[in-house]
Design a protein around this ligand. Structure first.
Ligand SMILES: Cc1cc2nc3c(=O)[nH]c(=O)nc-3n(C[C@H](O)[C@H](O)[C@H](O)COP(=O)(O)O)c2cc1C
Ligand code: SF4
Length: 421
């Protein structure tokens, strides 16, 4: 099968000349010399490219919200903050083929006529920073960045910006505040960044994987992109599996591959002595799915119909020898630490949730704690907090209460964790 995103990933990555030798920067040539910006946007829209940062919003549609007739600067930002526990796909792209991302950024920036662009990189990704910095410098030297790209009227600057190491900085409006040198709290929407983003100017924020697809769509077209997928969502997807499986890893596969294929074939099944109990299908902020969902097609619609989210497409497997309460407590500890503190339900509610889970895990839980946890899951759910961090944090909890309720009850009844002596 075709693996457009990952076939040229190498460590160390391809330098500019090597990348050009395998067809690199042809999409920049094609777009800036032979296509109108609006035609690039229309192509991406028609390809049914859905953003790979978590929410799965149509990429072309998002770009089409940028007002093209207003004078002044516009910006494009690659969201490379990747701090969701269990998620590591963007790191693979950043370290393994930085030119692919930069090429995707140039074409995307051209589509919205951005004049400046930024790679907002997770601070801990030190090697990625080295590779991106080098690739940006090479792209400038070759005339793909800077003034009058390839002799055309189009000019674009690109900067690498390393973040402060907070999960919150990945939320697109908090990211923009951080880029402006302010505290990384989210902004009220509307206005959406497409209209009023960085320094109040029209801005597009896209995920690294999303941007890395763009050159391939421009080079090969809509029918080809659609042919890569088994479902209506276009393209391939980088899927990952971690947990007690034989071969944890990440693979580029057709969109719509089933969970069973991912766990049993690609990840080599469960390790000896461990049974599958459940999975967070799209990183730490998604609802658990269980055995009955094994044949769900892993695209945005399929996973949503099963009661969860495709999210980042990177799965975390729970086995039968790991305590679900301890597992969820660990996640809530992370989310509670990462709350930006801006709104009360999240600032107060997440530490409470963590405390209750810790008490249950320690055998100090009370029967009424389960109803309290369930009410927290609603109070911190969608619509009750300023951004999606707290509702995301509640997804593993609410689904654990649904699928692993007897584990919670055992802790309370026997006043100890049944998974530990
Ligand atoms: C707390 C939080 C953290 C996020 N972290 C990331 C991240 O690290 N990378 C990312 O691309 N999107 C992240 N997102 C989603 C972004 O806000 C945004 O939807 C995404 O970058 C859009 O890109 P896309 O349209 O290409 O999917 C996060 C959202 C929330 C609420
Ligand atoms: S939900 Fe949490 S992270 Fe989001 S704004 Fe409120 S306090 Fe901050």
């Amino acid at each position: 099968m075709e693996r457009p995103l990952t076939q040229h990933i190498t460590f160390p990555p391809l330098g500019l000349r090597q990348y050009e030798a395998v067809g690199g920067y042809q999409a920049v040539r094609k777009a800036v010399r032979h296509m109108e910006p609006k035609d690039v946007t229309a192509l991406v829209k028609e390809a049914n490219m859905r953003g790979r940062g978590g929410a799965g919003f149509s990429t072309g549609m998002k770009w089409s919200f940028v007002p093209m007739d207003v004078p002044g600067p516009k910006y494009l930002v690659a969201n490379a903050d990747e701090m969701e526990p269990g998620t590591f796909k963007d790191r693979w792209l950043l370290e393994g083929n930085p030119h692919q991302l930069i090429e995707g950024m140039i074409v995307s920036a051209y589509a919205i006529q951005a004049t400046e662009s930024f790679v907002f990189l997770r601070w801990a990704y030190k090697q990625a920073a080295v590779e991106i910095r080098k690739a940006i410098a090479e792209a400038y030297d070759a005339g793909y960045l800077g003034k009058n790209i390839l002799g055309t009227d189009y000019s674009l600057e690109m900067h690498l910006h390393t973040g402060v190491g907070r999960y919150m900085c990945g939320e697109e409006t908090a990211l923009l505040n951080s880029l402006e040198g302010k505290r990384a709290t989210p902004r009220a929407k509307p206005p959406f960044p497409q209209v009023s983003g960085l320094f109040g100017r029209p801005t597009i924020v896209n995920n690294v994987e999303t941007l890395s697809y763009i050159p391939h769509i421009v080079n090969h077209g809509v029918a080809w992109f659609q042919s890569l997928s088994r479902t209506a969502d276009g393209g391939t997807k980088i899927y990952g599996v971690s947990g007690r499986v034989n071969k944890p890893g990440a693979w580029e596969l057709p969109m719509g591959v089933t969970m069973r294929e991912l766990i049993e074939e690609h990840a080599g099944g469960m390790q000896n002595g461990y049974r599958f109990r459940g999975v967070l299908p799209g990183g730490a902020s998604t609802d658990f799915l269980v055995e009955e969902h094994m044949d769900v097609q892993m695209d945005f619609t399929g996973v949503a119909a099963a009661g969860s989210r495709l999210g980042t497409g990177t799965m975390v497997v729970l086995d039968d020898r790991t305590c679900p309460v301890g597992f969820v407590h660990n996640l809530e500890h992370f989310f509670s630490q990462e709350s930006c503190g801006f709104c009360t339900p999240c600032r107060e509610g997440l530490p409470w949730t963590e405390k209750l889970l810790w008490a249950i895990e320690q055998g100090k839980g009370r029967e009424e704690d389960l109803a309290l946890l369930a009410s927290h899951a609603t109070l911190l759910g969608p619509g009750n907090t300023f951004c999606a961090l707290a509702p995301g944090a509640m997804e593993p909890l609410q689904s654990a209460l649904k699928y692993f309720k007897e584990d919670f009850e055992q802790h309370i009844k026997h006043k100890k964790c049944p998974y530990h002596d």
